[in-house]
Design a protein around this ligand. Structure first.
Ligand SMILES: [Zn+2]
Length: 156
């Protein structure tokens, strides 16, 4: 698939210093379209959708809100911390709305791994299937999300 001119403009907004200091693409030298295609394939391979993953991210974030910035337990073996930092960010894809700088950290005590994601990550995954580029400090890789959050294939 070929990248559109519109996607070139989005990719420019993802560079360091435009919306965020570090940008959204890490060390990627590839076109945005190729980043999207690769992560989309990784999700499809697991018989999941971006909506399934984002839905689970929202569920666990909401379960962690009552901790008010401290880790709280969530059944069956998760610890979740939701931290809010001042400020809001727009989505680089240019759709309306700005997103609070909320970081959710989920620890899966069964497998001893944790992952952190932001409200903007949730939006970009849900609306655009975008997990940020490799090497981006805020990239939650789709495979890690599925394993650590235990995203389940929805029942028919
Ligand atoms: Zn968006």
């Amino acid at each position: 698939m070929k990248q559109t001119v519109q996607m070139d403009r989005i990719q420019e907004k993802m560079q360091p210093g435009v919306i965020t200091r570090d940008g959204f693409l890490g060390r990627e030298k590839r076109k945005l379209i190729d980043v999207l295609i690769e992560d989309d394939a990784a999700v499809k391979l697991r018989n999941l959708t971006h909506q399934d993953i984002a839905g689970r991210m929202i569920e666990l974030r909401d379960a962690g809100l009552r901790g008010l910035g401290e880790f709280v337990n969530a059944e069956p073996y998760f610890e979740i911390r939701v931290d809010s930092v001042r400020g809001k960010l727009p989505c680089p894809f240019g759709d309306p709305g700005i997103f609070p700088k909320t970081n959710t950290t989920v620890r899966n005590l069964k497998i001893g791994r944790e992952i952190t994601y932001t409200d903007l990550n949730i939006h970009m995954i849900l609306a655009h299937g975008f997990y940020e580029g490799r090497g981006s400090p805020f990239r939650p890789p789709p495979g890690d999300l599925v394993e650590i959050l235990e995203v389940k294939i929805p029942a028919e």
